[in-house]
Design a protein around this ligand. Structure first.
Ligand code: CIR
Length: 257
């Protein structure tokens, strides 16, 4: 069960966020992004989470994607080392918030030359799948493994060859169910999960998010919505289109623990 979340308001500089346009063309409209973000936060609260809402930080265009500079779990927290220059400083900003919830002895840091971003870390029970991507390297994954194993967790790596972060291409819905891209469907590490392959034209909807049994699903992806509903999960449709324009989706917008 999640009881808490951390979010960070989008800043006006969001329009300069990094984008590969993999999920949507164009520049985000700040006012619409704020409305979508407000709805996102309200939905987390409706689902029972105590949400710590951080103020916008104009120095970091992508800083509303608060999932990336930290990975939080029950027994410890890891401050990551974001790979891009424009995002790296976000790790320094998140520390004081993480310190409100974890003792200093439970907080660890990925150090250079290791890089990592939380979008590459997918938790399944006490195991973490860590994507090796343009943003998370083998050294970062090794340091992460060294940290979490001290607390009784395990981790393993998954190559990410088709885009930004691991969780853009595979998401764990709980109950052994997983949404996967065509490529992730072939990943040997996932062979024992019930895998549901998402149509390539609905790739953005893979990043749906289970909050205590309810699945938040990006609006506008009917085939994925039907797969999730047919599995029996209650769903809430969320419009995150402004964030999609700069490669952001549902899980990126919060830390949940
Ligand atoms: C970036 O390229 O870093 C941002 N524009 C998008 C980050 C999305 N984060 C995530 O999926 N965890």
């Amino acid at each position: 069960m999640f009881t808490k979340a951390i979010t960070k308001k989008p800043c006006k500089a969001l329009i300069d966020g990094i984008s590969t346009a993999m999920f949507g063309e164009g520049t985000p409209i700040y006012e619409d992004a704020v409305k979508q973000h407000d709805k996102y936060v309200a939905t987390l609260k409706e689902l029972g989470l105590d949400v710590t809402e951080l103020e916008a930080d104009e120095r970091y265009p992508d800083s509303c994607f608060v999932e990336d500079p930290a990975v939080v779990m029950e027994r410890c927290a890891v401050i990551t080392n974001p790979a891009t220059d424009s995002r790296n400083g976000e790790k320094l900003e998140i520390v004081s918030t993480i310190e409100k919830f974890y003792d200093k002895s439970q907080i660890f840091y990925i150090e250079a030359p290791g890089t990592m971003e939380g979008g590459d870390v997918m938790k399944v029970g006490d195991h973490f799948y860590v994507g090796l991507s343009d943003r998370t390297n083998a050294e970062g994954a090794k340091q992460f493994n060294d940290i979490v194993t001290k607390f009784g967790y395990t981790s393993s790596t998954i190559p990410v060859t088709e885009g930004l972060h691991l969780k853009d291409f595979v998401i764990y819905l709980e109950n052994n169910n997983m949404l996967v891209s065509t490529l992730m469907d072939k990943e040997p590490s996932f062979k024992d999960f019930n895998r549901f392959v998402i149509d390539p034209d609905e790739l953005y909807a893979i990043n749906s998010m289970n909050i205590n049994g309810t699945i938040l699903v990006p609006d506008g992806y009917p085939k994925t919505r039907k797969i999730i509903e047919d599995l029996g999960y209650p769903i809430k449709l969320m419009d995150t289109s402004e964030f999609g324009k700069i490669d952001g989706s549902l899980t990126c917008l919060s830390l949940r623990f």
